[in-house]
Every structure is written in structure tokens, then in C-alpha cells.
Design a binder for this molecule. Structure first.
Ligand code: SF4
Ligand code: SF4
Length: 104
């Protein structure tokens, strides 16, 4: 898969629908961390995600496509099971990306 540095200057779209071919998740600064135990499969995150990065299988959310997720946080913001302060009860929690990348 091509990296984000291979994008056209100005991120011009030269072919419709080609965003799936680029690993643009590399520029993410925040990572949505999914907790299956707290998810009620309402699919609100799937509807709101602007990058189609919520992975669904057999009508259940099974994870995040980190190759394309940009870390915008909309999924966690809209998730009804991710409100409040107790992270252990949330289905989606935004964490700094540097916690997950060795090069950082
Ligand atoms: S952080 Fe943004 S791009 Fe990533 S899965 Fe959530 S809504 Fe989609
Ligand atoms: S919005 Fe939250 S509870 Fe609903 S499917 Fe997504 S992660 Fe699960």
C-alpha cells in the first residue's frame, strides 16, 4: 500500500475512490482504542466515521482500520458508550498515538 507521502501535491484526487490505496493513517496523532466488552453495536461510530475506518463483521464492530483512520475522534465523541470520565466503561477512548509507535 502506498504511504501518505505518495499522495499528489495538495492531496489532489486524480482517480475517484482511490483513498483506499493509500496508507494515510500514518499521519494520525490520536488513536481510537476500541473495547469490545463495552460496545453495544449501535453502529453510530460506523455512520459518523468520515474515513470508513470502523470495521464491522456479522453486524458487530470488531475493530478500527488503522491504515486509514486519521484520528479525528468523531467516533469516540458520538459513541453513546464513551461518555463520562471512567475509561474502563467506554467502548472508544482516544489515546495519543506516540504511546503505540516505537519510533516515537
Ligand atoms: S478517529 Fe475518526 S477516522 Fe478514526 S475511526 Fe474514529 S471517526 Fe473514523
Ligand atoms: S458507537 Fe460505540 S457502542 Fe456504538 S457501535 Fe460504535 S463503539 Fe459500539
Amino acid at each position: 500500500m502506498k504511504g501518505w507521502r505518495d499522495l499528489e501535491i495538495g492531496a489532489l484526487i486524480t482517480e475517484p475512490g482511490n483513498s483506499a490505496e493509500y496508507k494515510t493513517g500514518e499521519w494520525r496523532a490520536w488513536r481510537p482504542v476500541f473495547n469490545r466488552e463495552n460496545c453495544i453495536d449501535c453502529m453510530i461510530c460506523w455512520v459518523f466515521c468520515p474515513d470508513s475506518s470502523i470495521i464491522v463483521k456479522d453486524k458487530k464492530v470488531v475493530g478500527i482500520d488503522y491504515d486509514h483512520c486519521k484520528g479525528c475522534g468523531i467516533c469516540a465523541h458520538e459513541c453513546p458508550k464513551s461518555k463520562g470520565d471512567d475509561e474502563s466503561k467506554k467502548a472508544l477512548v482516544m489515546k495519543p498515538e506516540y504511546l503505540f509507535r516505537e519510533e516515537d
